[in-house]
Ligand binder design. Structure first.
Ligand SMILES: Nc1ncnc2c1ncn2[C@@H]1O[C@H](COP(=O)(O)OP(=O)(O)OP(=O)(O)O)[C@@H](O)[C@H]1O
Ligand SMILES: [Mg+2]
Length: 284
């Protein structure tokens, strides 16, 4: 691992929900300009980990550090103020509100002073359009409800917002899982851009084709514990696949299918015993 001070770090973090141990003694670190991909089966604790980092949950034990300083967040708003922006797959946007309102979420630019202070909608619309066009999405009308955008475009509004407001850490929980190839590639390109801009990115995905090209390192969770972090140069695409949710099942499914095929061939052969000598004869 690099010797720079990590932008975001967890040291021996645990999270219990009553008797459920969702996270146990997790240590991991991500530097600015790096993408860390979080892997693990369903229920491994990935979402709990990022919710703990982003202030939704308080850790039961352990420390979290932002740029070398210990932090503790009372709520996601505190984490956001500190520079940790999280794109939750389900609650990233308010569908009935406009693109501009979703982009600013209460931090709209204002004009005038004192009693005459009001939101500068013209400027807000212009900024929202500019920031979206920077990532290649042309918004025709920034007052159109976010619900009318495609899934990929919606994810991009959330990411563009995080970058615009100066996030240092960008956390994405399965941003590409419901997207088609083209839209997923837009989101992936934007993740690469966020890394190039110096953000530390934590990215959860179940798709090896999405994880491998953009990640610099991988952390594997299993039943709430960490099996370690791996630099990309030390791990192959196949190994990453096996670490992903369902990777192990895919492998055993392959083995089962091979077994089916095998027994299927046997069944076919035993169903046509008289055909075998003929075949043999004709092949000589
Ligand atoms: N608020 C909660 N109360 C009780 N248990 C919880 C809570 N949140 C998560 N858990 C438990 O913690 C474990 C880890 O859940 P988590 O959602 O973090 O998994 P995950 O790795 O994100 O899985 P998936 O890939 O399916 O999204 C699960 O066993 C889950 O039931
Ligand atoms: Mg999850």
């Amino acid at each position: 691992m690099s010797k720079r001070t990590p932008m975001i770090e967890m040291r021996h973090v645990s999270k219990h929900f009553g008797s459920v141990i969702a996270l146990s003694d997790i240590s991991m670190a991500v530097c600015s300009g790096e993408v860390m991909c979080l892997l693990g089966d369903n229920g491994a604790g990935k979402s709990t980990l990022i919710k703990t980092l982003s202030g939704v949950h308080r850790p039961t034990d352990g420390q979290m550090l932002l740029n070398g300083e210990e932090v503790s967040f009372k709520s996601p708003a505190y984490a956001l103020d500190a520079g940790i922006a999280t794109v939750f797959q389900d609650l990233a946007m308010i569908p009935l509100m406009s693109i501009t309102r979703n982009f600013f979420m209460g931090r709209e630019p204002t004009t005038g002073w004192g009693l005459f202070k009001r939101i500068d909608w013209k400027r807000a619309d212009r900024i929202a359009m500019q920031e979206m066009s920077k990532i290649g999405i042309d918004v025709r009308d920034p007052s159109q409800p976010v619900g009318t955008l495609s899934g990929g475009e919606r994810q991009c509004v959330a990411i563009a917002r995080a970058v615009y407001f100066g996030a240092k850490v960008l956390i994405l929980d399965e941003p590409t899982s419901a997207l088609g190839v083209k839209q997923a590639s837009v989101v992936l390109r934007y993740i690469a851009k966020a890394r190039a801009d110096g953000l530390a990115v934590i990215f959860i995905t179940h798709n090896v084709h999405h994880a491998y090209p953009v990640a610099d390192a991988f952390t594997l969770l299993k039943r709430g514990g960490s099996l370690g972090s791996f630099r990309k140069e030390d791990i192959s695409r196949e190994e990453v696949l096996n670490m992903m949710a369902g990777g192990a099942e895919l492998e055993s499914l392959d083995a089962e299918l091979a077994e089916f095929q095998h027994t299927d061939q046997e069944d076919q052969r035993s169903a046509r015993p008289e055909a075998a000598p003929q075949n043999q004869a004709s092949s000589v």
